[in-house]
Design a protein around this ligand. Structure first.
Ligand code: SF4
Ligand code: FE
Length: 485
Protein backbone atom coordinates (compact mmCIF):
# COMPACT_ATOMS: atom_id res chain seq x y z
CA UNK A 1 0.00 0.00 0.00
CA UNK A 2 1.02 3.56 -0.46
CA UNK A 3 0.98 5.83 2.56
CA UNK A 4 -2.31 7.31 1.38
CA UNK A 5 -3.88 3.89 0.84
CA UNK A 6 -2.87 2.86 4.32
CA UNK A 7 -4.50 5.91 5.84
CA UNK A 8 -7.65 5.36 3.81
CA UNK A 9 -7.79 1.69 4.73
CA UNK A 10 -7.90 2.61 8.41
CA UNK A 11 -10.56 5.20 7.81
CA UNK A 12 -12.74 2.41 6.48
CA UNK A 13 -12.51 0.45 9.70
CA UNK A 14 -15.18 0.69 12.34
CA UNK A 15 -12.93 0.94 15.40
CA UNK A 16 -14.24 1.37 18.91
CA UNK A 17 -11.78 3.80 20.48
CA UNK A 18 -11.95 5.76 23.72
CA UNK A 19 -9.75 8.76 24.43
CA UNK A 20 -9.99 11.21 27.35
CA UNK A 21 -13.27 9.61 28.42
CA UNK A 22 -14.96 9.88 25.07
CA UNK A 23 -15.82 7.46 22.30
CA UNK A 24 -13.91 8.78 19.28
CA UNK A 25 -15.76 8.96 16.00
CA UNK A 26 -12.78 9.28 13.73
CA UNK A 27 -9.45 8.22 15.24
CA UNK A 28 -7.62 8.72 11.93
CA UNK A 29 -7.96 12.50 11.97
CA UNK A 30 -7.89 13.05 15.72
CA UNK A 31 -5.06 15.49 16.54
CA UNK A 32 -3.89 13.43 19.52
CA UNK A 33 -3.78 10.15 17.58
CA UNK A 34 -2.80 11.35 14.10
CA UNK A 35 0.96 11.75 14.71
CA UNK A 36 1.20 8.07 15.64
CA UNK A 37 -0.62 7.15 12.45
CA UNK A 38 1.87 9.27 10.49
CA UNK A 39 4.72 7.23 11.96
CA UNK A 40 3.29 3.96 10.66
CA UNK A 41 2.48 5.66 7.36
CA UNK A 42 6.24 6.28 7.07
CA UNK A 43 6.80 2.50 6.92
CA UNK A 44 4.62 2.47 3.78
CA UNK A 45 6.14 5.61 2.30
CA UNK A 46 9.76 4.49 2.62
CA UNK A 47 8.97 1.07 1.15
CA UNK A 48 7.93 2.79 -2.09
CA UNK A 49 11.26 4.53 -2.47
CA UNK A 50 13.93 2.97 -4.63
CA UNK A 51 16.80 4.04 -2.41
CA UNK A 52 15.37 2.12 0.56
CA UNK A 53 14.03 -0.94 -1.17
CA UNK A 54 16.73 -3.30 0.09
CA UNK A 55 16.00 -2.59 3.71
CA UNK A 56 12.30 -1.80 3.46
CA UNK A 57 11.15 -4.69 1.29
CA UNK A 58 11.82 -8.41 0.87
CA UNK A 59 10.70 -11.30 -1.29
CA UNK A 60 8.01 -13.37 0.38
CA UNK A 61 8.86 -17.05 0.64
CA UNK A 62 5.13 -17.75 0.66
CA UNK A 63 4.11 -15.99 -2.54
CA UNK A 64 7.35 -14.98 -4.26
CA UNK A 65 6.05 -11.40 -4.29
CA UNK A 66 7.86 -8.34 -2.99
CA UNK A 67 6.41 -7.40 0.39
CA UNK A 68 7.01 -4.74 2.97
CA UNK A 69 9.68 -6.08 5.33
CA UNK A 70 7.34 -5.42 8.23
CA UNK A 71 5.25 -8.32 6.83
CA UNK A 72 8.20 -10.59 6.10
CA UNK A 73 9.11 -13.99 7.53
CA UNK A 74 12.89 -13.79 7.89
CA UNK A 75 14.72 -16.21 5.60
CA UNK A 76 18.36 -15.53 6.54
CA UNK A 77 20.64 -13.69 8.94
CA UNK A 78 20.83 -11.04 6.21
CA UNK A 79 17.08 -10.56 6.62
CA UNK A 80 17.55 -10.24 10.38
CA UNK A 81 20.20 -7.57 9.94
CA UNK A 82 18.13 -5.71 7.37
CA UNK A 83 15.27 -5.68 9.82
CA UNK A 84 17.43 -3.81 12.36
CA UNK A 85 18.68 -1.42 9.68
CA UNK A 86 15.12 -0.73 8.60
CA UNK A 87 14.14 0.05 12.19
CA UNK A 88 17.04 2.44 12.63
CA UNK A 89 16.05 4.18 9.41
CA UNK A 90 12.39 4.59 10.37
CA UNK A 91 13.44 5.75 13.86
CA UNK A 92 15.57 8.45 12.23
CA UNK A 93 12.70 9.57 10.02
CA UNK A 94 10.03 9.71 12.75
CA UNK A 95 11.91 10.25 16.05
CA UNK A 96 9.27 8.09 17.66
CA UNK A 97 7.94 4.57 17.96
CA UNK A 98 6.57 3.58 14.55
CA UNK A 99 4.65 0.68 16.04
CA UNK A 100 4.61 -1.73 13.15
CA UNK A 101 7.38 -3.98 14.49
CA UNK A 102 5.32 -5.76 17.12
CA UNK A 103 3.33 -7.41 14.34
CA UNK A 104 6.48 -8.39 12.44
CA UNK A 105 7.99 -9.89 15.58
CA UNK A 106 4.78 -11.74 16.37
CA UNK A 107 4.61 -13.14 12.81
CA UNK A 108 8.05 -14.67 13.08
CA UNK A 109 7.50 -16.09 16.56
CA UNK A 110 4.10 -17.57 15.74
CA UNK A 111 5.40 -18.93 12.44
CA UNK A 112 8.14 -21.08 13.96
CA UNK A 113 6.21 -22.03 17.10
CA UNK A 114 3.10 -23.23 15.26
CA UNK A 115 5.32 -25.46 13.11
CA UNK A 116 6.70 -27.13 16.21
CA UNK A 117 3.32 -27.46 17.89
CA UNK A 118 1.89 -29.19 14.81
CA UNK A 119 4.86 -31.52 14.65
CA UNK A 120 4.31 -32.66 18.19
CA UNK A 121 0.54 -32.42 18.54
CA UNK A 122 -0.72 -33.11 15.01
CA UNK A 123 -2.62 -29.81 14.97
CA UNK A 124 -3.09 -27.53 11.94
CA UNK A 125 -1.97 -24.23 13.39
CA UNK A 126 0.96 -23.69 11.05
CA UNK A 127 -1.25 -24.14 8.03
CA UNK A 128 -3.72 -21.66 9.52
CA UNK A 129 -0.94 -19.23 10.17
CA UNK A 130 0.60 -19.51 6.70
CA UNK A 131 -2.79 -18.74 5.20
CA UNK A 132 -3.15 -15.77 7.54
CA UNK A 133 0.35 -14.55 6.68
CA UNK A 134 -0.45 -14.62 2.96
CA UNK A 135 -3.50 -12.50 3.68
CA UNK A 136 -1.38 -10.05 5.67
CA UNK A 137 1.29 -9.84 2.96
CA UNK A 138 -1.15 -9.57 0.05
CA UNK A 139 -2.94 -6.70 1.76
CA UNK A 140 0.17 -5.09 3.29
CA UNK A 141 -1.47 -4.91 6.71
CA UNK A 142 -0.30 -3.43 9.97
CA UNK A 143 -0.83 -5.91 12.76
CA UNK A 144 -0.65 -5.34 16.50
CA UNK A 145 1.30 -8.18 18.13
CA UNK A 146 -0.61 -8.43 21.39
CA UNK A 147 1.12 -10.16 24.27
CA UNK A 148 0.97 -8.33 27.62
CA UNK A 149 -1.99 -9.29 29.83
CA UNK A 150 -3.06 -7.11 32.77
CA UNK A 151 -1.71 -9.96 35.00
CA UNK A 152 -3.53 -9.08 38.27
CA UNK A 153 -1.64 -10.45 41.29
CA UNK A 154 1.86 -11.07 39.92
CA UNK A 155 2.49 -13.92 42.34
CA UNK A 156 -0.41 -15.98 40.97
CA UNK A 157 -0.70 -17.98 37.75
CA UNK A 158 -3.50 -17.16 35.27
CA UNK A 159 -5.92 -19.79 36.57
CA UNK A 160 -5.36 -18.83 40.24
CA UNK A 161 -6.32 -15.17 39.89
CA UNK A 162 -9.28 -13.88 41.86
CA UNK A 163 -10.65 -12.41 38.63
CA UNK A 164 -10.25 -15.09 35.93
CA UNK A 165 -10.06 -12.44 33.18
CA UNK A 166 -6.71 -11.00 34.33
CA UNK A 167 -5.18 -13.11 31.57
CA UNK A 168 -6.93 -13.43 28.24
CA UNK A 169 -8.72 -16.77 28.01
CA UNK A 170 -11.03 -19.02 26.06
CA UNK A 171 -14.51 -18.77 27.55
CA UNK A 172 -16.31 -20.92 25.01
CA UNK A 173 -15.30 -23.62 22.54
CA UNK A 174 -17.65 -23.91 19.59
CA UNK A 175 -17.72 -26.07 16.50
CA UNK A 176 -16.77 -23.12 14.30
CA UNK A 177 -14.28 -21.45 16.64
CA UNK A 178 -13.74 -20.04 20.11
CA UNK A 179 -14.91 -17.08 22.16
CA UNK A 180 -12.23 -15.19 24.08
CA UNK A 181 -12.33 -12.71 26.95
CA UNK A 182 -9.66 -10.58 28.60
CA UNK A 183 -7.46 -7.67 27.70
CA UNK A 184 -4.02 -6.81 26.42
CA UNK A 185 -2.30 -3.81 27.99
CA UNK A 186 0.25 -1.33 26.58
CA UNK A 187 -0.63 -2.30 23.02
CA UNK A 188 1.69 -0.34 20.76
CA UNK A 189 -0.03 1.07 17.70
CA UNK A 190 -3.30 -0.75 18.45
CA UNK A 191 -5.49 2.02 17.04
CA UNK A 192 -3.47 2.18 13.84
CA UNK A 193 -3.52 -1.56 13.23
CA UNK A 194 -5.80 -3.49 10.91
CA UNK A 195 -5.53 -6.62 13.03
CA UNK A 196 -4.57 -7.88 16.47
CA UNK A 197 -2.45 -11.01 16.66
CA UNK A 198 -2.82 -12.28 20.21
CA UNK A 199 -0.31 -14.45 22.07
CA UNK A 200 -0.05 -15.65 25.67
CA UNK A 201 2.14 -13.59 27.97
CA UNK A 202 3.88 -16.22 30.15
CA UNK A 203 4.82 -19.89 30.23
CA UNK A 204 1.90 -21.99 31.46
CA UNK A 205 0.95 -25.22 33.22
CA UNK A 206 -1.93 -27.58 32.62
CA UNK A 207 -4.30 -25.63 34.90
CA UNK A 208 -3.82 -22.64 32.62
CA UNK A 209 -4.91 -24.49 29.48
CA UNK A 210 -7.72 -22.06 28.67
CA UNK A 211 -5.19 -19.23 28.75
CA UNK A 212 -2.82 -20.83 26.26
CA UNK A 213 -4.34 -19.21 23.20
CA UNK A 214 -3.12 -17.43 20.11
CA UNK A 215 -5.28 -16.04 17.32
CA UNK A 216 -5.88 -13.05 15.05
CA UNK A 217 -8.94 -10.84 14.71
CA UNK A 218 -9.60 -7.59 12.84
CA UNK A 219 -9.31 -4.51 15.05
CA UNK A 220 -12.96 -3.76 14.49
CA UNK A 221 -14.21 -7.23 15.36
CA UNK A 222 -17.30 -7.34 17.57
CA UNK A 223 -16.31 -6.95 21.21
CA UNK A 224 -12.92 -5.30 20.66
CA UNK A 225 -12.66 -2.01 22.60
CA UNK A 226 -9.53 0.16 22.66
CA UNK A 227 -8.68 2.79 25.26
CA UNK A 228 -5.86 5.19 24.37
CA UNK A 229 -3.05 5.57 26.92
CA UNK A 230 -2.25 9.12 28.09
CA UNK A 231 1.17 10.52 27.42
CA UNK A 232 3.03 13.31 29.11
CA UNK A 233 2.19 16.64 27.38
CA UNK A 234 -0.40 15.02 25.07
CA UNK A 235 -2.94 17.81 25.58
CA UNK A 236 -0.57 20.24 23.85
CA UNK A 237 -1.68 18.62 20.60
CA UNK A 238 -5.17 19.98 21.24
CA UNK A 239 -4.00 23.59 21.49
CA UNK A 240 -4.99 25.72 18.55
CA UNK A 241 -2.23 26.07 15.99
CA UNK A 242 0.15 23.93 18.07
CA UNK A 243 3.46 23.45 16.29
CA UNK A 244 6.70 24.47 18.00
CA UNK A 245 5.54 23.47 21.48
CA UNK A 246 4.98 19.92 20.28
CA UNK A 247 8.66 19.35 19.60
CA UNK A 248 7.70 16.82 16.95
CA UNK A 249 4.45 17.99 15.40
CA UNK A 250 4.24 15.32 12.76
CA UNK A 251 5.13 12.01 14.38
CA UNK A 252 4.52 10.06 17.55
CA UNK A 253 3.62 6.68 18.95
CA UNK A 254 0.86 5.36 21.14
CA UNK A 255 -0.21 2.51 23.35
CA UNK A 256 -3.69 1.38 24.27
CA UNK A 257 -5.56 -1.05 26.46
CA UNK A 258 -7.29 -3.49 24.13
CA UNK A 259 -10.30 -5.18 25.67
CA UNK A 260 -11.66 -8.43 24.23
CA UNK A 261 -15.22 -8.59 25.46
CA UNK A 262 -16.29 -12.07 24.34
CA UNK A 263 -14.80 -11.92 20.88
CA UNK A 264 -15.45 -14.76 18.44
CA UNK A 265 -12.46 -16.25 16.62
CA UNK A 266 -13.13 -18.59 13.67
CA UNK A 267 -11.18 -21.89 13.55
CA UNK A 268 -8.84 -20.89 10.73
CA UNK A 269 -7.57 -17.89 12.70
CA UNK A 270 -6.54 -19.93 15.75
CA UNK A 271 -2.82 -20.62 16.17
CA UNK A 272 -2.72 -22.09 19.67
CA UNK A 273 -5.63 -23.40 21.65
CA UNK A 274 -4.87 -25.22 24.86
CA UNK A 275 -1.37 -26.60 24.13
CA UNK A 276 -0.08 -24.90 27.26
CA UNK A 277 3.38 -26.46 27.00
CA UNK A 278 4.13 -24.21 23.98
CA UNK A 279 3.10 -20.90 25.57
CA UNK A 280 6.62 -20.38 26.98
CA UNK A 281 8.27 -21.01 23.60
CA UNK A 282 6.04 -18.46 21.90
CA UNK A 283 6.69 -15.86 24.59
CA UNK A 284 10.45 -16.42 24.52
CA UNK A 285 10.65 -16.12 20.74
CA UNK A 286 8.46 -13.04 20.45
CA UNK A 287 10.39 -11.38 23.28
CA UNK A 288 13.68 -12.30 21.61
CA UNK A 289 12.67 -10.72 18.30
CA UNK A 290 11.34 -7.62 19.99
CA UNK A 291 14.47 -7.26 22.10
CA UNK A 292 16.47 -7.36 18.87
CA UNK A 293 14.15 -4.67 17.46
CA UNK A 294 15.22 -2.20 20.13
CA UNK A 295 18.78 -2.39 18.82
CA UNK A 296 17.37 -0.67 15.71
CA UNK A 297 14.46 1.60 16.56
CA UNK A 298 15.88 3.16 19.71
CA UNK A 299 19.18 3.75 17.91
CA UNK A 300 17.43 5.65 15.12
CA UNK A 301 15.58 7.83 17.61
CA UNK A 302 18.87 8.23 19.50
CA UNK A 303 20.46 9.54 16.31
CA UNK A 304 17.87 12.33 16.24
CA UNK A 305 18.40 13.14 19.92
CA UNK A 306 22.17 13.31 19.51
CA UNK A 307 21.68 15.60 16.52
CA UNK A 308 19.30 17.79 18.52
CA UNK A 309 21.81 18.07 21.39
CA UNK A 310 24.59 19.00 18.96
CA UNK A 311 22.37 21.68 17.41
CA UNK A 312 21.38 23.05 20.82
CA UNK A 313 25.09 23.47 21.61
CA UNK A 314 25.69 25.09 18.24
CA UNK A 315 22.81 27.53 18.69
CA UNK A 316 24.21 28.43 22.12
CA UNK A 317 27.52 29.21 20.48
CA UNK A 318 29.50 26.45 22.20
CA UNK A 319 29.90 23.63 19.66
CA UNK A 320 33.64 23.62 20.17
CA UNK A 321 33.66 23.42 23.96
CA UNK A 322 35.64 20.30 24.80
CA UNK A 323 33.10 18.97 27.32
CA UNK A 324 30.32 19.31 24.72
CA UNK A 325 32.35 17.40 22.16
CA UNK A 326 33.09 14.74 24.73
CA UNK A 327 29.44 14.38 25.70
CA UNK A 328 28.46 13.96 22.05
CA UNK A 329 31.15 11.29 21.71
CA UNK A 330 29.79 9.51 24.76
CA UNK A 331 26.23 9.64 23.41
CA UNK A 332 27.42 8.26 20.08
CA UNK A 333 29.38 5.52 21.80
CA UNK A 334 26.32 4.44 23.80
CA UNK A 335 24.00 4.61 20.82
CA UNK A 336 26.28 2.63 18.53
CA UNK A 337 26.81 0.04 21.26
CA UNK A 338 23.07 -0.64 21.10
CA UNK A 339 23.30 -0.93 17.33
CA UNK A 340 26.20 -3.39 17.68
CA UNK A 341 23.97 -5.55 19.86
CA UNK A 342 21.11 -5.42 17.35
CA UNK A 343 23.41 -6.39 14.49
CA UNK A 344 25.26 -9.03 16.53
CA UNK A 345 22.17 -10.95 17.64
CA UNK A 346 21.02 -10.87 14.01
CA UNK A 347 24.34 -12.03 12.52
CA UNK A 348 24.46 -14.88 15.02
CA UNK A 349 20.92 -15.93 14.19
CA UNK A 350 19.96 -19.45 13.16
CA UNK A 351 17.37 -21.34 11.18
CA UNK A 352 14.41 -22.73 13.11
CA UNK A 353 12.70 -26.07 12.37
CA UNK A 354 10.10 -24.21 10.32
CA UNK A 355 12.80 -22.64 8.12
CA UNK A 356 12.56 -19.03 9.23
CA UNK A 357 15.42 -17.34 11.03
CA UNK A 358 15.63 -16.53 14.69
CA UNK A 359 18.06 -14.21 16.46
CA UNK A 360 20.64 -15.41 18.96
CA UNK A 361 18.52 -15.24 22.10
CA UNK A 362 21.30 -14.48 24.56
CA UNK A 363 22.60 -11.58 22.48
CA UNK A 364 19.09 -10.24 21.88
CA UNK A 365 18.52 -10.18 25.63
CA UNK A 366 21.85 -8.44 26.17
CA UNK A 367 20.75 -5.92 23.54
CA UNK A 368 17.55 -5.09 25.36
CA UNK A 369 19.23 -5.07 28.77
CA UNK A 370 21.56 -2.35 27.47
CA UNK A 371 18.53 -0.51 26.08
CA UNK A 372 17.10 -0.36 29.61
CA UNK A 373 20.10 1.81 30.51
CA UNK A 374 21.80 3.65 27.65
CA UNK A 375 18.92 5.76 26.34
CA UNK A 376 18.56 7.12 29.88
CA UNK A 377 22.20 8.16 29.86
CA UNK A 378 21.88 9.57 26.34
CA UNK A 379 18.81 11.52 27.48
CA UNK A 380 20.69 12.77 30.57
CA UNK A 381 23.54 14.05 28.43
CA UNK A 382 21.10 15.66 25.97
CA UNK A 383 19.43 17.49 28.85
CA UNK A 384 22.84 18.50 30.17
CA UNK A 385 23.84 19.99 26.80
CA UNK A 386 20.43 21.57 26.10
CA UNK A 387 20.38 23.52 29.36
CA UNK A 388 17.51 24.32 31.72
CA UNK A 389 15.69 26.38 29.12
CA UNK A 390 14.22 23.21 27.62
CA UNK A 391 11.86 23.09 30.61
CA UNK A 392 11.43 26.79 31.43
CA UNK A 393 10.78 28.11 27.94
CA UNK A 394 7.50 30.08 27.58
CA UNK A 395 4.93 28.84 25.09
CA UNK A 396 4.84 29.61 21.39
CA UNK A 397 1.76 31.76 22.05
CA UNK A 398 3.97 34.06 24.11
CA UNK A 399 6.42 34.26 21.25
CA UNK A 400 3.63 35.23 18.91
CA UNK A 401 2.05 37.69 21.32
CA UNK A 402 1.77 41.27 19.99
CA UNK A 403 3.07 42.82 23.19
CA UNK A 404 5.52 40.40 24.76
CA UNK A 405 6.59 38.49 21.63
CA UNK A 406 9.46 40.87 21.02
CA UNK A 407 10.80 40.32 24.56
CA UNK A 408 10.72 36.59 23.93
CA UNK A 409 12.69 36.91 20.73
CA UNK A 410 15.17 39.30 22.33
CA UNK A 411 15.85 37.51 25.59
CA UNK A 412 15.84 33.98 24.26
CA UNK A 413 18.23 34.78 21.47
CA UNK A 414 21.62 33.15 21.77
CA UNK A 415 24.21 32.97 19.00
CA UNK A 416 24.02 35.71 16.42
CA UNK A 417 22.70 34.52 13.10
CA UNK A 418 20.47 31.83 14.66
CA UNK A 419 16.74 32.57 14.71
CA UNK A 420 15.31 32.36 18.24
CA UNK A 421 12.51 30.25 16.80
CA UNK A 422 14.97 27.60 15.63
CA UNK A 423 16.56 27.49 19.05
CA UNK A 424 13.10 26.96 20.55
CA UNK A 425 12.33 24.21 18.08
CA UNK A 426 15.41 22.23 18.99
CA UNK A 427 14.86 22.63 22.73
CA UNK A 428 11.27 21.49 22.34
CA UNK A 429 12.45 18.46 20.38
CA UNK A 430 14.82 17.51 23.20
CA UNK A 431 11.96 18.03 25.64
CA UNK A 432 9.65 15.89 23.51
CA UNK A 433 12.14 13.02 23.38
CA UNK A 434 13.13 13.10 27.02
CA UNK A 435 10.00 14.28 28.85
CA UNK A 436 7.15 14.66 26.38
CA UNK A 437 4.99 12.38 24.25
CA UNK A 438 7.97 10.67 22.58
CA UNK A 439 9.55 9.97 25.96
CA UNK A 440 7.08 7.09 26.23
CA UNK A 441 8.86 5.45 23.34
CA UNK A 442 12.40 6.58 24.02
CA UNK A 443 12.67 6.42 27.80
CA UNK A 444 10.11 4.35 29.69
CA UNK A 445 9.57 1.98 26.82
CA UNK A 446 13.33 1.44 26.74
CA UNK A 447 12.94 0.20 30.30
CA UNK A 448 9.73 -1.83 30.05
CA UNK A 449 8.97 -2.44 26.37
CA UNK A 450 9.74 -5.98 25.16
CA UNK A 451 9.89 -6.95 28.84
CA UNK A 452 11.21 -5.19 31.93
CA UNK A 453 14.92 -5.54 32.83
CA UNK A 454 14.38 -8.52 35.13
CA UNK A 455 12.80 -10.51 32.30
CA UNK A 456 16.04 -10.22 30.32
CA UNK A 457 18.12 -11.14 33.35
CA UNK A 458 16.16 -14.37 33.73
CA UNK A 459 16.93 -15.18 30.10
CA UNK A 460 20.57 -14.17 30.49
CA UNK A 461 20.82 -16.47 33.52
CA UNK A 462 19.32 -19.31 31.50
CA UNK A 463 21.46 -18.77 28.41
CA UNK A 464 24.70 -17.55 29.95
CA UNK A 465 26.21 -21.03 30.42
CA UNK A 466 27.95 -20.38 33.75
CA UNK A 467 28.72 -24.09 34.07
CA UNK A 468 30.61 -24.08 30.79
CA UNK A 469 32.53 -21.02 31.90
CA UNK A 470 33.47 -22.73 35.19
CA UNK A 471 34.90 -25.62 33.20
CA UNK A 472 37.04 -23.19 31.20
CA UNK A 473 38.43 -21.65 34.38
CA UNK A 474 39.10 -25.05 35.95
CA UNK A 475 41.11 -26.14 32.97
CA UNK A 476 43.27 -23.02 32.86
CA UNK A 477 43.87 -23.06 36.63
CA UNK A 478 44.62 -26.82 36.51
CA UNK A 479 41.93 -27.59 39.08
CA UNK A 480 41.92 -31.17 40.30
CA UNK A 481 38.58 -31.67 41.99
CA UNK A 482 39.63 -34.98 43.52
CA UNK A 483 41.68 -32.87 45.93
CA UNK A 484 38.54 -31.14 47.20
CA UNK A 485 37.80 -33.65 49.95
FE1 SF4 B 1 9.02 -0.86 16.79
FE2 SF4 B 1 10.62 0.09 18.60
FE3 SF4 B 1 8.07 0.80 18.64
FE4 SF4 B 1 8.75 -1.68 19.34
S1 SF4 B 1 9.32 0.20 20.40
S2 SF4 B 1 7.13 -1.10 17.92
S3 SF4 B 1 10.50 -2.04 17.99
S4 SF4 B 1 9.54 1.27 17.04
FE1 FE C 1 7.90 -1.50 21.97
Amino acid sequence: MTKEQYIESLREMDLKVYLFGELIDNPVDHPVIRPSLNSIAMTYELAQKDEYKDVMTAKSHLTGEVVNRFCHIHQSTEDLKNKVKMQRLVGQKTASCFQRCVGMDAFNAVYSTTYEIDKECGTKYHENFKKYMKYVQDNDLTVDGAMTDPKGDRSLSPSKQEDPDMFLRIVERREDGIVVRGAKAHQTGALNSHEHLVMPTIAMREDDKDYAVSFAVPSDADGVIMVYGRQSCDARKLEEGADIDLGNSEFGGHEALVIFDDVFVPNDRIFLCGEYQFAGMLVERFAGYHRQSYGGCKVGVGDVLIGAAALAAEYNGVPKASHIKDKLIEMTHLNETLYCCGIACSSEGHETMSGNYEIDLLLANICKQNVTRYPYEIARLAEDIAGGLMVTLPSEKDFNHPEIGEYMKKYFKAKSGVATENRMRILRLVENLTLGTAAVGYRTESMHGAGSPQAQRIMIARQGNIEGKKELAKKIAKIDETKNK
